[in-house]
Design a protein around this ligand. Structure first.
Ligand SMILES: Nc1ncnc2c1ncn2[C@@H]1O[C@H](COP(=O)(O)OP(=O)(O)OP(=O)(O)O)[C@@H](O)[C@H]1O
Length: 750
C-alpha cells in the first residue's frame, strides 16, 4: 500500500473549506428566511414576492441539508493541470472571483468523472474517489487514466471506481434505496444525461440499475431544465406503494423535491385503490377493449323511456314520449360532446319539445278561437319549464349528470349493465368483472380517467380539495377566535353552525386574500396531484412492463409532449395485463420515434444466483442477453425439500443463519402470506413476488416455486423476479417438485 497520508490531509483541508462555505450559505438562507417570515403587510405584490422568497430559501436549506453527507466525493485532475472537485451541489468562492470550489455532479464539467476511461481519458489524468464520514475524509482511491498502453487503470470490465462501487454493492441493505452519484457507471451516465426529447426506453435485466438511473435522470433533468420543469413538474410512476417508499428518499437526498411519485392506482385524483382485482378481472380491465365497453356504458345512461313520461305542467298533463326523447338524444349525441357537456343540449331539446306540445294542447283548448300562443309566450314557457321540478326530474332520469366513479361502480355491480355495455366479452369474462364490494382497484384508475374524458372534464376532486381547505381555513379562524375569547372549541361538523358564521365574519377581505394565496402556494407536485388534467413536463415510468394498455392511455394524457423515460424489463412482466414488447406499447402514441437504451451489467445479483436465473430467462425471453453479474458471492444457491408441515421450521433455520444487520425476504405464493406472517420481524419481510418487485434484500428465501409458476400465465416471469432479488444469498424451500427450470439447483441436506 502506498502512503497517501499527505494526499488525505490535502483533501481534508479542501473538504473543511467546502463545509465552511456550506455553513455560511446555511446561515445566510436561515436569516433571510426569518426576515421574510417576520415581515407583514404591504401590497399584494410585495406579499406574493415574499412568499416566493420564503419558498426559495426553504428549498435552499433543504438542499444544503441533503448535501451534508458525502458533500464532496470525487476529484478530477486534468492533463492541463486543472483540478475539479465533484460533489452533491455546486459551491463558488464569492471572495475569490467566484472560482469554483465544488462542481455539482450534474454539471457538464463533472461528466468525465463518470465517463473517462484509460482508452478514452477525455483530458483526465487522474480520477479520485474521496470517501468521508461526517466531515472527515476517511480514504481516497485513485485511478490513473493516462497510463501507457497495457497498464490497467480501472478494474475488470472497465468498471470505474471499482473499490467504491463494490463497497456500495456489498454493503448491507437498509430497506431504502440510496443514491449512486459517487459511482454512476458510463452506460448509466449516457442514459441519465441523454438529450433525447421523445420517449426513451431503458431496457435492462434485473439489478442493472434501471431504477437508480431513472431517479438520477429526474434529478439531472430538473437541474438542467429547471426553468421548464419547475412549473410543469416531473411525474414518476412506480408499481406499488412499498416500492415508492423504497425509492422515496433518493430524490430528496439529491436535493430535489419537485417530483410527484405515484402508482397508477393512485393517479386519479381523489381515488385510492382499496380493492384487489382477480387476475382475470385485472387482465380484462387493462385491455383497450374497455374503451368500447366504457363508451357503451355511458351511452347506456342516455335513455329513452319505453312508455311516455307524464309531466304535470300548469293545469295540463304533457306526455314526454319516446319519439321526442329519441330526437333529443340523437341531437345531443351527434354534437359529439362528452356526456355532461352534451346534457344542456339534450335538456333544451326536451324543453323545446314540451313547450311545443304545451302550446299545441293550450291552442286546442282555447275556446275563444284566439288560437296560438305568441312567440314570446312560448319563450316564457320554455324559461319556466327549464326550472320546473318535474321537467328537471325527467331530464335527470333520461340524461343524468354523471361522475366517473358513479358510472364505473354502477357498471361493475350490475350484470345487466355489463351485458349491455360489453356484448363482446364472454359470459365468464363479464362474471369476472362483476363485483359486490365498494371501492376501486388499481386497474380501475385508468378506467375512471377514460370515463372522465367521455363524461367531460371532471374537477370534482379538485373542488373537494378546495372545499376541504376552505373549511380548514374557517376552522383555523374559529380556533383563533376561541383563543381570543377564551371559549371552548366549537363543533365544526355542521356547515350552518352559527359559530362558523362568526368566524367567517371575523376574517376580513385582506385575510381572505392572504389565505387564498397560501393555498395557491402549494408546490407544483401538490397542485399536479390534485388535478386530473395536469400535464407534466417529463414523465418517468419505472417497472413500465407492468403497465396495461389502459394505463398507458391514461399516462399519455398526462404527457402530451411525449417526453418520457420508460424503464423496465419485459422479461420481468408479472401482470398478465402488462406488456412483452415495447414497440407494441409505444407505437400507437409515438410511432417509431422512441429510442432504446440497454443496460447490461447486473450490480445486484451475484453470478452464482444469476446462473440459476439465467435458466429461467432462457425459457421466457430466449432473445435477451442475460445481464452480466459484476461480482460473485462465493455462496451457491440451494433448495431444500421438506414435508408440507415443515416449511416454517426450514425457513426459521435458514433465517437464523443470516448475519445480524442483514435484510431477508421470504417470498411466497399469492394468498399464503398469512401462513408465514409469524416469520416477520425487524429484518425479515414476508412478501408475494408482486410486492417484492423492484426491491432487493441481502438474503432471499423462496417458498414453493412451482406454486408461484402456476399462479398466472406469467408465473415463470414472477419466478425470475423472485430469483433476482438477493444481493448475497438465495435459498428455496419446497415440498412440491421444483419446476424443471430449476433442475440444476443443488438440494441441500435437511
Ligand atoms: N452505479 C452504481 N453504483 C452503485 N450501486 C449501483 C449502481 N448501479 C446500480 N446500483 C445498485 O444496484 C442495485 C440494483 O439497482 P436497481 O434497483 O436500480 O436495478 P433495476 O434494474 O431497477 O432492478 P430490477 O429490474 O430488478 O428492479 C441497487 O442497489 C442500486 O443501488
Amino acid at each position: 500500500m502506498t502512503d497517501n497520508t499527505g494526499e488525505i490531509a490535502a483533501e481534508q483541508a479542501h473538504l473543511t473549506t467546502l463545509y465552511q462555505h456550506l455553513d455560511a450559505l446555511r446561515v445566510y438562507a436561515r436569516s433571510r428566511l426569518s426576515t421574510v417570515l417576520l415581515e407583514s403587510g404591504g401590497t399584494p405584490q410585495a406579499r406574493s414576492e415574499r412568499e416566493s422568497f420564503s419558498a426559495m430559501y426553504a428549498e435552499d436549506l433543504a438542499k444544503y441539508d441533503a448535501a451534508e453527507n458525502g458533500l464532496c466525493f470525487g476529484r478530477l485532475d486534468m492533463a492541463d493541470g486543472e483540478t475539479r472537485h465533484i460533489g452533491r451541489l455546486g459551491l463558488l468562492d464569492e471572495d475569490n472571483d467566484y472560482e469554483t470550489l465544488l462542481l455539482d455532479w450534474r454539471a457538464p464539467l463533472a461528466r468525465p468523472f463518470y465517463l473517462a476511461t484509460p482508452a478514452s481519458p477525455d483530458g483526465v489524468s487522474l480520477r479520485r474517489h474521496i470517501r468521508s464520514r461526517g466531515r472527515t475524509v476517511t480514504s481516497i482511491g485513485d485511478e490513473h487514466l493516462d497510463l501507457r498502453e497495457g497498464d490497467s487503470g480501472t478494474g475488470a470490465g472497465g468498471v470505474a471506481g471499482e473499490g467504491a462501487l463494490l463497497d456500495a454493492l456489498n454493503a448491507a441493505r437498509t430497506g431504502q434505496m440510496n443514491d449512486i452519484v459517487e459511482t454512476i457507471q458510463g452506460e448509466q451516465d449516457r442514459i441519465i444525461r441523454s438529450e433525447h426529447k421523445s420517449v426513451m426506453v431503458v431496457q435492462g435485466g434485473p439489478g442493472t440499475g434501471k431504477t437508480a438511473v431513472a431517479l438520477h435522470r429526474a434529478a439531472y433533468l430538473l437541474y438542467t431544465y429547471r426553468k421548464q420543469l419547475a412549473r410543469s413538474g416531473v411525474l414518476i410512476i412506480g408499481p406499488n406503494e412499498t416500492f415508492l417508499d423504497y425509492i422515496g428518499q433518493v430524490l430528496p437526498s439529491l436535493g430535489e423535491t419537485g417530483v410527484l411519485l405515484s402508482t397508477i392506482g393512485n393517479l386519479y385524483p381523489g381515488v385510492h385503490a382499496t380493492v384487489e382485482d382477480s387476475i382475470e378481472a385485472g387482465t380484462i380491465k387493462g385491455s383497450t377493449d374497455m374503451v368500447d365497453v366504457l363508451r357503451n356504458a355511458v351511452r347506456d345512461r342516455q335513455q329513452v323511456p319505453t312508455s311516455p313520461i307524464e309531466i304535470r305542467y300548469d293545469t295540463y298533463t304533457l306526455a314526454l314520449d319516446r319519439k321526442m326523447c329519441t330526437r333529443a338524444r340523437g341531437r345531443a349525441r351527434s354534437s359529439r360532446r362528452p356526456h355532461n357537456l352534451a346534457r344542456p343540449l339534450f335538456a333544451s331539446m326536451i324543453v323545446d319539445a314540451l313547450a311545443e306540445k304545451f302550446a299545441a294542447v293550450v291552442g286546442e283548448n282555447l275556446v275563444d278561437g284566439s288560437n296560438l300562443l305568441s312567440r314570446s309566450d312560448i319563450a316564457d314557457i320554455r324559461d319556466e319549464m327549464r326550472h320546473d321540478p318535474e321537467v328537471l326530474a325527467a331530464i335527470d332520469r333520461l340524461w343524468p349528470e354523471l361522475t366517473p366513479q358513479q358510472v364505473l361502480s354502477d357498471l361493475l355491480r350490475s350484470a345487466k349493465r355489463l351485458a349491455t355495455a360489453a356484448p363482446e366479452l364472454t359470459d365468464a369474462q363479464r362474471a369476472a368483472l362483476l363485483r359486490t364490494a365498494a371501492g376501486f382497484s388499481a386497474a380501475d384508475a385508468p378506467l375512471l380517467d377514460e370515463l372522465a374524458e367521455l363524461l367531460g372534464i371532471d374537477e370534482s376532486a379538485e373542488q373537494d380539495r378546495r372545499a376541504r381547505q376552505w373549511r380548514k381555513q374557517i376552522a383555523d379562524a374559529q380556533g383563533a377566535l376561541d383563543i381570543l375569547t377564551g371559549s371552548a372549541p366549537q363543533d365544526l361538523e355542521d356547515d350552518l353552525d352559527p359559530e362558523i358564521l362568526m368566524a367567517y365574519d371575523l376574517i376580513d377581505a385582506g385575510q381572505l386574500a392572504e389565505r387564498q394565496r397560501s393555498t395557491d402556494n402549494l408546490t407544483t407536485a401538490e397542485r399536479a396531484a390534485g388535478d386530473r388534467t395536469w400535464t407534466y413536463g417529463h414523465v418517468i415510468v419505472d417497472e413500465a412492463q407492468e403497465l396495461s394498455e389502459m394505463a398507458w392511455r391514461m399516462l399519455m394524457r398526462r404527457c402530451p409532449n411525449r417526453w418520457m423515460t420508460v424503464v423496465g424489463d419485459t422479461a420481468q412482466t408479472g401482470d398478465p395485463a402488462g406488456s412483452s414488447s415495447w414497440n407494441a406499447v409505444l407505437e400507437p402514441y409515438v410511432a417509431q420515434r422512441w429510442k432504446l437504451h440497454e443496460l447490461t451489467v447486473n450490480y445486484r445479483t451475484p453470478s452464482e444466483i444469476m446462473d440459476v436465473a439465467t435458466g429461467v430467462l432462457e425459457r421466457i425471453a430466449p432473445e435477451q442477453t442475460p445481464p452480466r453479474s459484476i461480482r460473485s458471492s462465493g455462496r451457491l444457491p440451494w433448495a431444500r425439500k421438506v414435508r408440507p408441515d415443515e416449511h416454517l421450521d426450514a425457513l426459521r433455520a435458514a433465517l437464523a443463519e443470516v448475519p445480524a444487520g442483514r435484510l431477508s425476504a421470504v417470498l411466497v405464493p399469492n394468498g399464503t402470506v398469512d401462513d408465514y406472517r409469524e416469520l416477520t420481524a425487524g429484518e425479515v419481510s414476508v412478501l408475494t413476488v408482486g410486492q417484492a418487485k423492484g426491491l432487493e434484500f441481502d438474503a432471499v428465501f423462496i417458498v414453493e416455486p412451482q406454486a408461484i409458476v402456476d399462479e398466472s400465465s406469467r408465473g415463470l416471469n414472477d419466478l425470475y423476479v423472485a430469483l433476482t432479488r438477493a444481493t448475497q444469498q438465495l435459498g428455496i424451500v419446497h415440498s412440491l417438485d421444483l419446476p424443471p427450470v430449476l433442475d440444476g439447483l443443488a438440494e441441500a441436506a435437511a
